[in-house]
Design a protein around this ligand. Structure first.
Ligand code: DOR
Ligand code: ZN
Length: 345
C-alpha cells in the first residue's frame, strides 16, 4: 500500500519571487504547492511604498498560471524614510501583512535598508499599535563581527533592544540559523515567532566549504555548524507555535551564482515539500509537519488555515536539477539524498 499523507495546504512565510522573466519562471513552482506566501520586497528598486506594493502584487497576479490559486501576501521594505501613515493605510486596505527590516548591507539588495534604528522608531511604534508584524533579517553587518556570529550578535545588540523599546511589536525572526536564535525565540512571549528554511534543516557549513566550494549552498544567513542544524531540526519538528516554514527560496541564475563574488540564495521552491517530509520522517515527527508548514504561520499572522489540502505519497520523487528561465538556468537546491515523498499533482 502506498503510504500517503494529506495535510492542510501549506503557506510559505518568506519567499523571493523577483520580477519580470524570473518571476514568471519561478512563481508556478510555489503556486503549485502553496496557497499563500509572504513576498519579500528586495527588488531593485525595493518595494517601499503602498503604491509600490500594489503594483508588484498586480505583476505577481498577472504572472500566475491559469487556474492557479495563490495569494501573494505583500510586505514593505523598511527604509529610514518610510512614512508610518503610508504603512498604516496599506495595512488598513489589506494590502500588506508585514514590514521587512534589512540592516543596510546585510544581504542581496539591502543597500536601502536601515543603518540607524532610531530613525524608524515612529514606524515601529505605529506597527505595534496596529498589530502589523516586523519581519527581521537578523544579522549585524559590522565588518568586525565574524560572519558565523552575526545572527547571535544581532539578537543581543539589535533585536532584543528593539523589542524592549517597542512593547507589543510583533516580530518574526526570519530564517534562523543558530541554537542561540532558537533559545531566544523560546524564551519570549507570543509576540515573537521565527521562521526556518528548508535548506538550513539539511545543510551545515561543511556542505558549503568542505571538499570544494559549493556556491549553490551559499545563502544568507550562511549555514552554521552541525550543532546549530540539530537545534533547528528540533525546533521545526517540535510543533511549537512560534516556529514555522519560511523557505527563503531565492532564485539567482547560475551565471550570477558561479562567479568570483557569487550571489547568496538557495532556490528550494520546487522540492521543499518533498525535502521537509523526509526531514520530519527522519526526526520521527511526520505528525508535526502540518503544524510547521500549514498551521503555525497563519496563527501568528492572524489568518485562517487553508481549507484545501495537499497530499504527499511515498512513491519516490524526482526533480529537475535546473529551472530554465529567459535569464538563464537556475539550479534547484540539491538536498544530497534521494527523495521519498512526492507531492500528488
Ligand atoms: O540568501 C539570501 N538570498 N538571503 C537573503 O537574505 C536574500 C536572498 C536573496 O534575495 O537572494
Ligand atoms: Zn530572504
Amino acid at each position: 500500500m502506498t503510504h500517503t499523507l494529506t495535510l492542510r495546504r501549506p503557506d510559505d512565510w518568506h519567499l523571493h519571487l523577483r520580477d519580470g522573466a524570473m518571476l514568471r519562471a519561478v512563481l508556478p513552482a510555489t503556486a503549485a504547492h502553496f496557497a499563500r506566501a509572504i513576498i519579500m520586497p528586495n527588488l531593485v528598486p525595493p518595494v517601499v511604498t503602498a503604491s509600490d506594493a500594489r503594483a508588484y502584487r498586480d505583476r505577481i497576479l498577472g504572472a500566475l498560471p491559469e487556474n492557479a490559486d495563490f495569494t501573494p501576501l505583500m510586505t514593505l521594505y523598511l527604509t529610514e524614510n518610510t512614512d508610518p501613515e503610508d504603512v498604516a493605510a496599506a495595512r488598513a486596505e489589506g494590502l500588506i501583512h508585514a514590514v521587512k527590516l534589512y540592516p543596510a548591507g546585510a544581504t542581496t539588495n539591502s543597500a536601502s535598508g536601515v543603518s540607524n534604528i532610531d530613525r524608524v522608531r515612529p514606524v515601529l511604534e505605529k506597527m505595534a499599535e496596529i498589530g502589523l508584524p516586523l519581519c527581521v533579517h537578523g544579522e549585524v553587518t559590522d565588518p568586525d563581527i565574524d560572519i558565523f556570529d552575526r545572527e547571535a550578535v544581532f539578537i543581543e545588540r539589535v533585536l532584543d533592544p528593539i523589542r524592549r523599546a517597542t512593547p507589543g511589536l510583533r516580530v518574526v525572526m526570519e530564517h534562523i540559523t543558530t541554537r542561540d536564535a532558537v533559545d531566544y525565540a523560546r524564551a519570549q512571549d507570543e509576540t515573537l515567532a521565527a521562521t526556518i528554511t528548508t535548506h538550513h534543516l539539511v545543510i551545515n557549513r561543511n556542505h558549503i566549504l568542505a571538499g570544494g566550494i559549493r556556491p549553490h549552498y551559499y545563502c544568507l544567513p550562511v549555514a552554521k555548524r552541525e550543532t546549530h542544524r540539530q537545534a533547528l531540526r528540533a525546533a521545526a519538528t517540535s510543533g511549537e507555535a512560534r516556529f514555522f516554514l519560511g523557505t527563503d527560496s531565492a532564485p539567482h541564475t547560475d551565471a550570477n551564482k558561479l562567479q568570483p563574488c557569487g550571489c547568496a540564495g538557495c532556490f528550494t521552491a520546487p522540492n521543499t515539500l518533498s525535502i521537509l517530509a523526509q526531514v520530519f520522517e527522519e526526526e520521527d515527527a511526520l505528525n508535526q509537519l502540518e503544524a510547521f508548514i500549514s498551521r503555525n504561520g497563519p496563527a501568528f499572522y492572524g489568518l485562517p488555515v487553508n481549507d484545501d489540502t495537499v497530499t504527499l505519497e511515498k512513491t519516490g520523487a524526482h526533480y529537475a536539477a535546473h529551472l530554465d528561465t529567459d535569464e538563464g538556468p537556475v539550479t534547484i537546491f540539491d538536498p544530497g539524498f534521494p527523495l521519498d515523498w512526492a507531492v500528488r499533482a
